[in-house]
Write a protein that binds this ligand. Structure first.
Ligand SMILES: Cc1cc2nc3c(=O)[nH]c(=O)nc-3n(C[C@H](O)[C@H](O)[C@H](O)COP(=O)(O)O)c2cc1C
Length: 451
């Protein structure tokens, strides 16, 4: 029984019948991604026969909320507090001397595309891309570790471009560069839900060692091993580790790439990684993520912690949802236990202030299911008066990851207060229900029929 990383995650998925296997040969150019996209990246799929490679590929592992909760041993009610607790109470990791991820060590004639089947996803993509690699670096000033998912464009046999968007991570490279020194970097493939979730914590907001947050999340030390060619630690049970350096003063053009919201992102020069070594397990499995929004669920789950915290200072929150169709960052929905008139508007302020990326937010009462687009639309249709309930903030700073924003460099923000008024008038908003039969068990009438 594997306990940590990809093989443990796959065993968990198999046990609940969630891991699909594809035995038909697929081409890593377009075809493999198309199969993942068909299932909106919500179905974990192991591709056993990938054209041109002996190495299987697994994808779509972490795109479904319910499955994610299961893999993290949590549930909708407790997940935010579990994540908060781990961020606030990081736990030690454990360093091993030998590790499965170093069963094979390649230091010469490295050719990434020959070692592993790296997919190409969209028509205009500039190359094949590693989309799910967790990148680890150490801050050259403080020695603090920093992990996050960054996409990597394959430039040649042993060179990649790396897209680093967050300011703090960029600073680590820039401060090495200012001293004309390379920054050591390792790219980890083949991990589990805990490791991915921890990697998505914002360093600017929390400043914690994400490996230690991972240990807290999984309830046991994350087991690590020293890299072969550089001074970094990586998970002992990962499938593949690409070790390398980011040399100073070198950039390569990156993109186009069909990214998060289904559009091609900007073409721009980005730092590169020169690969010094690849290590991998015996019978390694390559992990990928189709670069569409579903795979960003882990990022959204962490944003929900921030949203909850920000709202909870102002109102009594029931639950929050940073939606998948809103790219797990642009759209927020929150249900609140409304106590005072004005709570709806306060919640809008809290939500928009929780992250610069939140663009549109809907606030609903605690009787509305915030995971049901139908229910949210119903609340907007029946509890909103546009002249009073819309809050529009023109020209604020937003995320550059959607084109309407990119046109002007700033974005409008919108809050919709879809809560009902308090007092006597609230009677008008009571839902009509069928006594005793509202939650009907349909199997009683049609045996075997599921909802
Ligand atoms: C599948 C996936 C792909 C991502 N790709 C990138 C990327 O290419 N570049 C980037 O800067 N952030 C990317 N992110 C988001 C970062 O990983 C995330 O914002 C980061 O962990 C924040 O950590 P930081 O504040 O320590 O930088 C991606 C996230 C996921 C889940």
């Amino acid at each position: 029984m594997e306990r940590q990383m990809l093989r443990a995650a796959m065993e968990q998925l198999k046990a609940i019948g969630e891991l699909e296997t594809c035995g038909v040969e697929v081409d890593p150019k377009f075809e493999l991604g198309a199969v993942l996209k068909y299932f909106k990246n919500e179905k974990p799929i192991l591709f056993n026969r990938v054209k041109g490679s002996q190495m299987p590929v697994v994808g779509g592992l972490f795109g479904k909320r319910e499955t994610y909760y299961h893999m993290m041993d949590t549930n909708p009610q407790e997940r935010i507090f579990k994540f908060m607790n781990a961020i606030a109470n990081p736990q030690p990791t454990k360093l091993l001397t030998d590790a499965p991820v170093q069963e094979n060590i390649i230091t010469r004639n490295i050719d990434l595309q020959k070692i592993m089947p790296i997919p190409t996803f969209h028509e205009e993509d500039s190359s094949s891309f590693i989309t799910s690699g967790v990148v680890v670096v150490k801050d050259p000033e403080t020695g603090q570790r920093h992990t996050s998912v960054r996409r990597l464009q394959i430039n040649g046999k042993n060179q990649m471009s790396i897209l680093v968007a967050s300011p703090l991570a960029t600073n680590q490279f820039l401060s090495s560069e200012a001293k004309n020194k390379p920054l050591e970097v390792a790219i980890i493939l083949g991990y589990d839900a805990h490791f991915l979730l921890a990697s998505q914590i914002s360093s600017e907001t929390y400043g914690v060692d994400k490996y230690e947050v991972d240990s807290a999340l999984r309830g046991e030390p994350l087991e690590l091993v020293k890299c072969h060619s550089i001074d970094l630690e990586v998970p002992a049970y990962a499938e593949i580790v690409i070790e390398g350096i980011m040399p100073p003063n070198k950039r390569e053009i990156e993109g186009p790439f069909g990214e998060l919201m289904g559009y091609y992102g900007a073409i721009a020069p980005h730092p590169i990684v020169e690969v010094t070594c690849v290590t991998h397990r015996n019978n390694a499995i390559f992990q990928t993520a189709f670069p569409c929004r579903e795979e960003h669920l882990s990022n959204g789950l962490i944003r929900e912690v921030e949203l909850y915290t920000s709202l909870n200072k102002l109102v009594k929150v029931k639950d929050v949802n940073v939606t998948v169709s809103g790219g797990c960052r642009f759209h927020a929905v929150a249900s609140i236990h409304k106590k005072y008139e004005g709570d709806g508007k306060s919640a809008i302020i809290g939500a928009l202030a929780s992250s610069k990326d939140v663009k549109h937010v809907v606030i609903v009462d605690d009787d509305v299911d915030i995971y049901s687009p139908d229910e949210i639309e119903w609340a907007i249709a029946t509890r909103v008066q546009a002249s009073k309930d819309l809050v529009i903030i023109p020209d604020a700073l937003g995320s550059g990851l959607e084109p309407s924003h990119g046109l002007r460099g700033v974005t409008d923000k919108l809050g919709i207060d879809a809560t009902k008024p308090l007092g006597d008038i609230s009677k008008k908003f009571e839902r009509a229900i069928i006594p005793e039969y509202e939650e009907i068990n349909i199997e009683k009438y049609f045996p075997g029929m599921k909802k």
